[in-house]
Design a protein around this ligand. Sequence first.
Ligand code: 13P
Length: 254
Amino acid sequence: MSRKPLIAGNWKMNTTPQEGAELARGLRSLLLDGPAVDVAVFPPFLGIASVVDTLKATDIVVGGQDLHAQTGGAYTGNISGPMLKAAGCGMALVGHSERRAYEKESGEMLAAKVRAALAAGLTPIFCCGETLEQRDAGQALDVVRQQLAEGIGALTGTELQRVVIAYEPVWAIGTGRVASPEQAQEVHAAIRAWVGLNWDAGAARAMRILYGGSVKPANVRGIMSEPDIDGALVGGASLKADSFAAIVRYQESA
Ligand code: 13P
């Protein structure tokens, strides 16, 4: 079976609402003909409204970079799944390594956020990945499997069908040090095998697993040529319309 690739741009804490709309206008015109892959962008919360408006006539999905586990209430500074949905979002990132590291998000909290995203009708992109120390200690696969078990391990098969996994080795994020296609493939294959073991072969075959970490126009083809890599979660290179559009069009470059 073939899994439709998904190329997603995580803008992180970059772009004002005006700059986000400008970037979205650039993408709209560069991707006018409807690319062969699914495309999503994750602006900061404040930019979601203007980006949703700019992209409303396109197939580009807009998502939140995070969401709170509760639907509403006394949680100052937070944004809920229903709010994202009402603003026009279709997806939400959960468990990005920057939130695990800087906001101290625990596995238990991330499991609740995955459920909150599903309950709000959003597709969660569940992020996992090891640090350099963990890789050097030979723990990469164990760390990733542990993160997955904590975050999505208790989902039913039906719930799991609505989840996307992103493998983002921490040492490759924002460092210019991309994982080799073989390194990424090894972990992606292990993730797919883990899904097969915990649910079934059909769930494993259907699961979309994205790679993230220093993806650029120059390296995306190599990464996407691996059998278990179904897309990319792009940080820095998603902040310029031309480089993100070139990544989206990786199949067209010679
Ligand atoms: P970079 O592409 O800037 O390395 O960021 C990757 C990332 O963290 C996407 O979520």
